[in-house]
Design a protein around this ligand. Structure first.
Ligand SMILES: [Mn+2]
Length: 369
C-alpha cells in the first residue's frame, strides 16, 4: 500500500511539486504506518470550527472533571458479535472530529470485542475510557410496567449520578449522532436535557415541556443516585421508564427544574428539516430552512430508528420500480454515522464481518432488482 502511494505521488509530483510536502508525507508514512497516516492527513485537512451562537464562546478548559458518558451494556444472553459496543464507536469518533476537549467515558460490562481485541486499549485510541458498569436494581413492579422491554437497559443510565469522580457529565444515548461541538454545555448550571419534542412543534407553538433523557447534562452526586433509587421503590408503576423517574424526582422531591435544550441543540431525527433553522439569512433576508436547522445532537435516525446501525439487514429498505434500495443512503445523517463508525473501526483495527459489509460501498449503495 505504501509503495503504491509513493508511485502515485511521484507521478503527480513530476516537475515543480512541493518537495517539502512530499518529504513530510513520506516521513509521516514511515513513522506512523499507512493507516495512522491516513487519519493524520484527514485531521490536517478537516479542521472545522463552530462559529455560531453559544458555540462562539470560549470553550471551558479541561480540568479532567468533565466527561461525556455512554453505556454499552451487553445482557449475558447476547452473542458477543452483536455487542452494543459498536453503537459507542461513532460517538467517540464524532467527539474527536468536532474537536471536543473532553473524553468519552464508556460504562460497560464488555472486556473484549469478538475478535479478541481488548476494549479498553482500543477505546484509548479514540480518547475514550472504560469504567465498569454496575447493575442498577430495578424494582419488580416498575420493570413489568415499562412500555418498552429495552427500557430495563436504559434504566441503567441512572448510574451516571454515581460517577462522582467527575464534576459534570453529558450523557448521550447511543442511538444518536453528534454533528457539532457541545462542550459549551458544561458551562451551564443545574440539570439540562433534550426537549421531548416528538411532534416536532416549533418553540413558539407551545411545544412539549417534558424532558427526554437521550441527552442530559448532570452533576453526579451520590445522594441523588441513592435518592432516585429510593424514590423508584415508592412508585407503583413507571410506564415511561428512566426519563419519567428522573423528571418526577427532580420535580417532586428535589424541586429543581430541568432545563430544556433548544431544538437546535438536540432533536429527534425525524424532526430535522421540520424545525426552525439557525438565524442565518440569505442576502435576500430570508432564513435558510431545511438542513440549516441541523441540531448538534440528533436522537434516532428516523421514527423507526433504522439507520444508526451497522447491521445492514436492519436498515430501512424500499422497493420502487422493481428495484430495492437501502433508504438509509438517502439520509446524509445516516451516511455521516456510517462514516464515523467505519473511521473508528479503522483506527482501532478491530475486525468484524458485519462492519466490513456495512462499510463496503458496493453493499451500502447496492440496488437489487
Ligand atoms: Mn435513545
Amino acid at each position: 500500500m505504501i509503495k503504491r502511494i509513493h508511485v502515485h505521488l511521484a507521478a503527480v509530483g513530476a516537475g515543480a511539486y512541493n518537495l517539502t510536502f512530499l518529504f513530510w508525507l513520506c516521513n509521516l508514512l514511515l513513522v506512523s504506518g499507512y493507516s495512522d497516516a491516513k487519519h493524520i492527513l484527514a485531521r490536517q485537512f478537516l479542521k472545522v470550527k463552530e462559529p455560531h451562537g453559544e458555540h462562539a464562546n470560549p470553550v471551558v478548559q479541561n480540568d479532567n472533571r468533565y466527561a461525556f458518558v455512554q453505556l454499552a451494556y451487553d445482557p449475558p444472553e447476547t452473542h458477543a458479535s452483536a455487542s452494543s459496543m459498536w453503537q459507542i464507536l461513532p460517538a467517540a469518533r464524532a467527539l474527536q472530529r468536532v474537536g471536543s476537549s473532553f473524553p468519552l467515558v464508556v460504562l460497560t460490562n464488555i472486556r473484549k470485542f469478538a475478535d479478541g481485541t481488548d476494549v479498553s486499549q482500543a477505546l484509548k485510541r479514540l480518547n475514550a475510557e472504560v469504567v465498569p458498569a454496575h447493575k442498577v436494581p430495578i424494582p419488580e413492579a416498575l420493570e413489568n410496567s415499562f412500555a418498552e422491554p429495552s427500557w430495563k437497559y436504559a434504566f441503567q443510565k441512572l448510574q451516571i449520578w454515581d460517577l462522582t469522580q467527575f464534576n459534570k457529565v453529558i450523557w448521550m444515548d447511543s442511538d444518536s449522532l453528534l454533528v457539532r461541538n457541545i462542550d459549551w454545555m458544561f458551562r451551564k448550571d443545574g440539570i439540562w436535557a433534550q426537549r421531548d419534542n416528538w411532534d416536532c412543534a416549533s418553540s413558539d407553538a407551545s411545544p412539549s415541556t417534558e424532558m427526554c433523557s437521550g441527552l442530559m447534562l448532570v452533576k453526579p452526586e451520590k445522594a441523588i443516585y441513592e435518592g432516585l433509587q429510593k424514590y423508584a421503590e415508592t412508585l407503583p408503576s413507571l410506564i415511561e421508564g428512566d426519563q419519567m423517574l428522573i423528571s418526577m424526582y427532580f420535580q417532586s422531591v428535589l424541586k429543581q427544574p430541568i432545563g430544556l435544550l433548544d431544538d437546535l441543540v438536540a432533536a429527534f431525527g425525524h424532526c430535522v428539516g421540520a424545525l426552525p433553522s439557525i438565524p442565518y439569512s440569505d442576502p435576500s433576508g430570508s432564513t435558510s430552512p431545511g438542513l440549516w436547522g441541523m441540531p448538534s445532537f440528533i436522537h434516532k435516525s428516523n421514527e423507526l430508528n433504522k439507520c444508526f446501525n451497522r447491521n445492514t439487514t436492519k436498515h430501512l429498505r424500499s422497493k420502487t420500480d422493481g428495484i430495492q434500495r437501502n433508504m438509509c443512503q438517502y439520509n446524509p445523517l445516516s451516511r455521516y454515522w456510517r462514516e464515523l463508525l467505519c473511521e473508528a473501526v479503522d483506527i482501532i483495527g478491530v475486525k468484524d464481518e458485519e462492519v466490513r459489509v456495512f462499510c463496503d460501498d458496493e453493499v451500502f449503495f447496492q440496488e437489487v432488482n
